[in-house]
Design a protein around this ligand. Structure first.
Ligand code: 13P
Length: 279
């Protein structure tokens, strides 16, 4: 198949009333496992690189590797930049060949977030690149109070933000957070429904690790079209490496461990995809 746009992947999800899985790439094994998992499930997928990971892997190195892998894939693959709060970096990524970039201006006042996101949408569209914005603050499950309504997306603001910025998708804060939840999250579904009704834009649910399946299904029914999963991917690799390397004092099990990690991530990806695709 080929490298896909975020717009096309979200339209696919909209037609089927489901969500596209967006998985964080941490290294080569995880990237390959994400694509293979999607191929085995036969659905589009979003391989996303967090801005901090991109810095370590290098922009050109990451893009050429991901584009080569996506071009060979049997399903559409969106190459996405996750959580960039630097609009210049985001444009560099768009120019380098990312299909979409997320601009995270959620820490900024509303007007500033809107202005910067809108400017990025205009510049990125010239490069054929879509933009995801964020409104409300999706913080860390380890440290932030994800039940705090003050951090959540305000539906009226979301409608204005979506209409004026022109984003392809909007990440919302409805009681979700990144990382391992200290207590089971309770998503604010009435808020989600109002955001969807008033904004009409495809919505993104960050912090997918640890959200119960029933809540994932309900969020999809209320208009979530992209679901981000990161921590689960890295935990899968940790499990596999810990197990394989334990019996390898000289470290030579590293290749077996890498293969096991790839397999473990693929299993996670397939399970999540089959839930998100409402199969
Ligand atoms: P988790 O790490 O909690 O799954 O969240 C990932 C994410 O939202 C990336 O943007």
């Amino acid at each position: 198949m080929s490298i896909a746009s975020l717009t096309d992947a979200l339209q696919w999800a909209e037609r089927r009333n489901c969500a596209v899985g967006a998985f964080n790439v941490w290294n080569w094994e995880s990237a390959m496992a994400i694509i293979e998992g999607a191929e085995e499930e036969g659905v589009p997928v979003i391989a996303m690189v967090y801005a901090g990971v991109l810095e370590r892997m290098g922009l050109e190195e990451s893009v050429s590797f991901l584009r080569a892998a996506a071009q060979k894939a049997a399903v559409p693959v969106v190459i996405h930049l996750d959580h960039s709060s630097d609009e210049h970096k985001a444009i560099q990524c768009a120019a380098a060949g990312f299909s979409s970039v997320m601009y995270d201006g959620s820490q900024l006042p509303f007007d500033e977030n809107l202005d910067k996101t809108k400017e990025l949408v205009e510049k990125a569209s010239i490069l054929d690149c879509d933009v995801e914005g964020e409104l409300g603050q999706v913080g860390s499950a380890a440290t932030d109070d994800y039940f705090d309504p003050a951090a959540m997306t305000v539906p009226g603001d979301a409608a204005e933000f979506a209409a004026r910025s022109g984003v392809t998708a909007l990440a919302v804060a409805i009681g979700n957070a990144h990382g391992l939840y200290r207590e089971e999250p309770h998503l604010d579904f009435p808020r989600l429904e109002e955001i969807r009704n008033r904004s009409g834009v495809p919505l993104v649910l960050h912090g997918g690790t640890g959200i119960p399946d029933r809540d994932i299904r309900r969020a999809i029914a209320l208009g979530v079209r992209k679901i981000n999963v990161g921590t689960e991917i890295v935990l899968a690799m940790q499990r596999a490496f810990a197990e394989q390397m334990r019996g390898s004092p000289d470290g030579w099990n590293f290749l077996e461990a890498s293969t096991a990690a790839r397999k473990e991530v693929k299993t996670v990806v397939r399970n999540r995809i089959s839930l998100f695709a409402m199969k």
